[in-house]
Design a binder for this molecule. Structure first.
Ligand code: NAP
Length: 284
């Protein structure tokens, strides 16, 4: 079998057009969706993500603000900025790019962003809504994966969905979204026994590990859907996923590429969340 490649770029282009059309209509009513992005320090990968988020805002006709703070910024200074943005009516969404320098608690920052402006959906209030299934904001990366499945007509209902990784930002919410769509979900992590066996039983396999080439062909069932969330940099500076693409493509029915897969969808979902935040805040 040779897998069909699920292009995040193509799906994103279509979804961003729809976001832009809605943003254009909102502008007629005097509402311009606004996103503030905060970058602390000089992590080169984070700087690229922030630039791509700014570009996406421009593409969708959003207002955007970027704050680039030095690595030695204190937690108090960052929280003060977040509070200012919480109060700013032009800003409907606030995103603080992770990871943060060690003197700043990620948890404190996540909790400081008002849940209505938490377009990353990391605040415990939003996490609770995701668990119950009555959420406004879906965390962007898992939401991007669900949008890719939907675009390809892949229904998780009744399928064995294996998520490798249990982080708060990818693995856990991913498993919850698949469960809401009636998948039978197994979540794996570094202490999972017989991981290859578990992966081989997956109809839908989501890799969110953060290790280049972690998922090899022998871990994949013939005809499976393989979603590669990983973004890893090789020593040569190349960006690769968690999946050994060439060999897995021979076995899987569907496969997402890296780059051009889940990463670009993540930013598109951020645009959708920001649009939703603007509409909700405008409605009071
Ligand atoms: P993370 O917080 O480091 O979590 C990694 C997970 O992988 C953990 O749950 C860990 O298990 C598990 N793991 C590590 N080694 C393992 C092993 N040998 N066997 C089984 N499980 C193992 O990472 P993350 O933030 O979820 O991100 C995961 C990857 O996705 C990274 O490459 C990241 O760059 C990428 N990412 C991509 C996007 C995107 O837009 N495409 C967005 C976010 C993240 P334990 O919990 O037991 O330690």
């Amino acid at each position: 079998m040779s897998a069909t490649i699920i292009s995040g770029k193509t799906i994103s282009a279509k979804l961003r057009q729809a976001v832009k059309a809605e943003a254009d209509a909102l502008r007629e009513q005097g509402i311009v969706p606004g996103l503030a992005v905060i970058l602390v320090g000089n992590d080169p990968a984070s700087a690229i993500y922030v630039r791509n988020k700014e570009k996406a805002c421009a593409e969708c006709g959003f207002y955007s603000e970027k704050y680039e703070l030095p690595a030695e910024t204190s937690q108090a200074e960052l929280l003060e900025l977040i509070e200012k943005l919480n109060q700013d009516p032009k800003v409907h969404g606030i995103l603080c790019q992770l990871p943060l320098p060690e003197q700043i608690s990620e948890d404190a920052v996540i909790r400081a962003i008002r849940p209505e402006k938490d377009v990353d959906a990391f605040h415990p209030a939003n996490v609770g809504h995701i668990m119950i299934g009555d959420h406004d904001f879906v965390p962007c990366t898992p939401a991007g994966v669900m949008a890719m499945l939907d675009e390809c007509g892949i229904d998780p209902a009744g399928k064995h969905c294996v998520v490798v990784g249990r982080s708060n930002i990818v693995g856990k919410p991913m498993s919850m979204l698949l469960l809401h769509r009636h998948g039978t979900v197994t979540v794996c992590h570094s202490r999972t026994k017989d991981l290859a066996d578990v992966c081989r039983s997956a109809d839908i396999l989501v890799a969110a590990v953060g290790r280049a080439g972690f998922i090899t062909a022998d871990m994949v069932k013939e005809g499976a859907v393989v979603i590669d969330v990983g973004i890893n940099r090789t020593p040569e500076g190349k960006v690769v996923g968690d999946v050994c693409t060439a060999e897995v493509a021979e076995k899987a029915a569907w496969l997402t590429p890296v780059p051009g897969g889940v990463g670009v969808m993540t930013i598109t979902m951020l645009m959708q969340n920001t649009l939703k935040a603007a509409k909700k805040q405008a409605a009071g």
